[in-house]
Design a protein around this ligand. Structure first.
Ligand SMILES: NC(=O)c1ccc[n+]([C@@H]2O[C@H](COP(=O)([O-])OP(=O)(O)OC[C@H]3O[C@@H](n4cnc5c(N)ncnc54)[C@H](O)[C@@H]3O)[C@@H](O)[C@H]2O)c1
Length: 379
């Protein structure tokens, strides 16, 4: 069988991770990439046959089966629409778009034209996250009383830290929540099988202004900025966000989301209190699942494909004792996506699709609305 032809748009941090994960599948070929900056050099560095500075030219010339969109958020809509209009299947990075309206248009187009779609919420693909979902689905956790957790990072800890994500026109009107909190709520709604129906969000902008470099400053170069090297920019989006939730079957929830927590590079925690047991998963120890019980010993369960539920086994690539993590979740997500393309069946997939992207943008809007009003909002 011929390998599927794939193109990647945007080769920054995550575009390169997509290429690596796709190559691990074996049955797709990354035949081209597109980037507004140094496309040809990036193609050479990554051993991709062709680099385009204009993504439309790549879509036009390369006869692609699928495209991955890994550019800043405000570009996702036009790029996804341009690909779909050429009949190309699309995997888009999160946050899906910058507005709910864009998200709805993309999902409707994909559904009407039988385009297979994905939004890259890969927390669902961690083996122990899939195991938690399987245990909830089986009834082993009982009724869900409550769920709480966090998503914490520190890469915007200093007021000298800068990224396009700090500019609402490129990133959207919420930042910490849409950038990383959206992963957490996608994971939670998926595991517990309940949508949030009410929420109360509180935002904090820790750095009210930040120093935007006026010229290229190499990340992690450790060079002190001089006043002539930056402009002081007012910040409009949240560094921190705390949210209370009420879910549809009555569970209560809460999450803290931060991009300014020193030492937490990329930590996600979810803890569920059920009527039969509790469960906790921490991405810093991602191959283990803690199960807490009242009547007997607690357990720490190691990832092991011979012991987990069948749905969790689907996203495990190696035997017990062989650690799997972030890059493996990309491989598993893309495997499911390309299997769906091969079967031309997007009907029963368990990765996030454009329809889940609409939900994501809807929740983002509600979080923003609640934080502005400083009151509960209904979803
Ligand atoms: N799923 C995840 O875990 C995860 C992690 C990080 C980032 N992301 C998402 O991936 C996207 C990219 O983030 P990143 O951290 O890789 O950003 P980045 O800034 O490192 O890379 C963005 C790339 O897009 C390119 N680009 C910009 N405009 C372009 C255009 N018009 N045409 C072609 N290329 C263009 C830039 O030159 C750059 O190479 C964002 O939506 C982000 O939220 C997701």
């Amino acid at each position: 069988m011929e390998k599927m032809r794939v193109g990647i748009i945007g080769i920054g941090f995550i575009g390169a991770a997509h290429i690596e994960a796709l190559r691990r599948l074996g049955y797709v070929d990354v035949v081209a990439l597109a980037d507004a900056q140094g496309a040809e050099e990036k193609a050479v560095q990554l051993y991709v046959p062709k680099g385009y500075s204009d993504y439309k030219e790549m879509l036009e010339r390369e006869n692609l089966d699928a495209v991955h969109i890994c550019t800043p958020n405000f570009l996702h809509y036009e790029m996804a629409m341009a690909a779909m209009k050429r009949g190309i299947h699309v995997m888009v990075e999160k946050p899906f778009t910058v507005t709910l309206e864009e998200a709805e248009k993309l999902a409707a187009y994909a559904e009407q034209h039988h385009i297979l779609s994905g939004v890259n919420h890969t927390l669902r693909m961690f083996p122990q996250v899939a195991q938690m979902k399987a245990l909830v689905d089986k009834g082993d956790v009982g009724d869900i009383y409550a769920v709480h957790g966090c998503y914490l990072q520190d890469w915007l800890f200093l007021d000298t830290d800068w990224s396009w994500r700090l500019e609402p026109a490129m990133s959207g009107k919420t930042r910490a929540f849409s950038d990383i909190g959206s992963h957490w709520i996608d994971m939670v709604e998926n595991i517990i099988g309940q949508k949030a129906v009410e929420l109360l969000a509180e935002f904090e902008i820790v750095h009210k202004t930040r120093k935007k470099p006026l010229k290229e400053v190499e990340t992690f170069s450790g060079m002190a900025l001089r006043p002539e090297d930056y402009e002081e920019k007012r910040i409009e989006t949240e560094d921190w966000c705390t949210i209370l939730f009420r879910f549809e079957k009555g569970a209560i929830g809460c999450v803290n989301v931060s991009q300014v927590t020193a030492g937490r590079k990329n930590q996600q925690i979810i803890e569920i209190s059920g009527s039969k047991c509790s469960m906790k998963w921490d991405s810093e120890d991602s191959n283990e699942l803690w199960i807490g019980r009242r009547e007997t010993y607690n357990q720490k369960v190691a990832k092991d494909p011979s012991l987990v539920e069948p749905k969790a086994k689907e996203v495990i690539g190696y035997p017990g004792g062989h650690v799997e993590g972030f890059p493996d979740t990309f491989k598993m997500q893309f495997h499911k996506f390309y299997q769906a393309i091969q079967k031309q069946d997007g009907g029963s997939v368990d990765y996030a699709t454009f329809r889940d992207g609409v939900r994501e943008m809807y929740v983002n809007d509600k979080v923003y609305e609640s934080a502005q009003k400083r009151s509960w909002v209904k979803l």
